[in-house]
Write a protein that binds this ligand. Structure first.
Ligand SMILES: [Fe+2]
Length: 328
């Protein structure tokens, strides 16, 4: 029995996140790990607004699987004005999605497994307006920032320049042609100047690829924007193996710095929820969205690591500490 809140969720996804309009070609994209009852509700919500809606289910592909989507899935994405992704498969990194976005297809995506409560609370009950206002204020500060330092009692200490890079507000809303966003938001993202990134990231939250929260601290040593060493337990070994298996040197390059802002998010084995915890910092590696205007560009895979409670200092002024935004 599907609870009533999932109807509201599906309507909010279709109307507020994917901004679906009448007569648009809408694809609900699910894989074999998707809760199909939620996918069907999104399918019905799409039909409800008068979109030409299809629901497609394909075999789930592992996060570090670098093969492309098959022709049927690729063609369906190409034929869509808007895709609502509810699947575990990282379809945004696939060729068909990249090409479709260049032709105007917009993408609204989430991974629900393990963050069902956050999906509801973070989308329906969080104060979205307040989060958006906060994110705008933070992006203004980041635009004026030269040097950023992230540190933590767990050993993290890394510095980089933000100068001249655009700030992306991850509001979860995809309303422009070619746009891709993940819901629920909100987070603030930027690509640091690659060659200025030096120090150590000690990960105590989620890693992806991986099985969620690390079982032991994982330390990444960065030299000039590139991972030089990965140390830790079994998770660190597996993370390194995943990166190496891509056979692409670019997957070791740091490509984004992200600050979480959703008060409904908790430390969780779901990466999307973990990275949205207020004051948590996520560093991404590898494949980089063109909107970041960075130098990393396309890579075979994208990975993320989370530090749950760091201190962020911008040009010697403390901005975040103990999961609180101090200045904005
Ligand atoms: Fe990322």
């Amino acid at each position: 029995m599907i609870e009533h809140k999932w109807f509201d969720f599906a309507k909010a996804v279709v109307n507020e996140m994917a901004c679906v309009k009448k007569n648009e070609n809408l694809l609900i994209l699910a894989d074999t790990w998707t809760d199909l009852s939620v996918a069907e509700l999104c399918f019905e919500a799409g039909r409800g607004v008068g979109a030409k809606t299809n629901l497609l289910v394909f075999p789930m592909m592992q996060h570090d699987d670098v093969s492309e989507l098959d022709a049927m899935v690729s063609n369906a994405i190409h034929a869509s004005d808007v895709v609502i992704g509810l699947c575990e498969t990282m379809f945004l990194e696939k060729k068909a999605t990249r090409e479709a976005r260049k032709n105007g297809t917009r993408i609204s995506s989430t991974i629900l497994r393990g963050m069902e409560e956050f999906a509801i609370e973070g989308l329906l009950n969080a104060n979205y307006g307040k989060m958006l206002q906060e994110s705008k204020e933070i992006s203004e500060i980041w635009r004026k920032t030269k040097l950023c330092n992230v540190s933590c009692s767990n050993g993290t200490n890394i510095s980089f320049s933000l100068e001249g890079r655009p700030v992306d507000i991850g509001d979860g809303i995809s309303d422009k042609p070619g746009e891709a966003d993940f819901f629920p938001g909100v987070d603030v993202n930027i690509a640091p100047i690659e060659e200025t990134i030096n120090g150590e990231i000690v990960v105590d939250g989620c890693i992806a690829p991986g099985n969620g929260i690390v079982d032991e601290l994982m330390t990444l040593t960065l030299k000039n924007g590139v991972i030089d060493e990965i140390k830790g337990g079994k998770d660190a070994d597996n993370f390194l193996k995943s990166l190496e298996s891509a056979n692409d040197e670019k997957v070791f390059h740091l490509c984004h710095f992200t600050l979480g802002l959703n008060p409904a998010a908790k430390k969780s084995n779901n990466m999307h929820e973990c990275e949205h915890v207020v004051g948590a910092v996520t560093f991404g590696f590898g494949d980089q969205d063109p909107s970041f205007e960075g130098t990393v560009g396309e890579a075979k895979i994208h990975s993320d690591v989370v530090i749950m409670s760091p201190t962020i200092v911008l040009d010697n002024k403390k901005m975040v500490e103990n999961n609180k935004i101090i200045s904005r």
